[in-house]
Design a protein around this ligand. Sequence first.
Ligand code: 5GP
Length: 211
Amino acid sequence: MKKKGVLIVISGFSGVGKGTVVKKLIEKYHYSLSISATTRAPRAGEVDGQDYYFKSVEEFRNLIDYNGFIEWAQYVENYYGTPRKYVEEELAKGNNVILEIEVQGAMRVKEQYPDAVLIFLTAPDAANLKKRLEGRGTEDAKVIAKRLKRAYEETDDMEKYDYLVINDDLDTCVDNVNAVIVAESCKTANNREYITKTKNELKDIRKEIVS
Ligand code: 5GP
């Protein structure tokens, strides 16, 4: 029985552990994960086609011109975009699709897919967020300062999200995000095919009993 696939957008402050939460969510619950394109240089250990599709600025602009993205945004100094094809194909198959993207992109997704479910991941408090960014050791002090400034600006957008999930304990956070997805996917609006099928089956059974 085909459920309607739910498009789930996960955003959150830089350093909040989105990547780790999403990785664990996919491992444990097997959702379809969209891989973004970016002009950012790969970090140590990141693999092209697995973490991101790493593109030159020119390649990225070409993809914009060809309508290859559902949304794209500039974040700090780089471009990031969600490739259209994968998302459309997975939703058409009835699969739930996860996008891990920043706030501007999330708003553009909501405009195009009003049924998309927006989840904002946050840290227990601001000091914890700063500590996590510093502890990651992948960005220098200037970039960390920019990311914290951006986080401050993003607090205005938190209320535009449907759900807020705090990443304190990783496993609890992953299970809470999953609880949101399960609830959304149980919505009657995502189960119309089931309703029609059941109605027809009951009609047939009634006929059998009456005759
Ligand atoms: P990072 O450089 O740390 O991997 O990602 C920086 C920010 O870009 C994160 O907030 C991440 O969620 C966001 N991001 C990653 N992919 C996309 C995308 O396809 N579109 C948008 N709008 N943001 C993205």
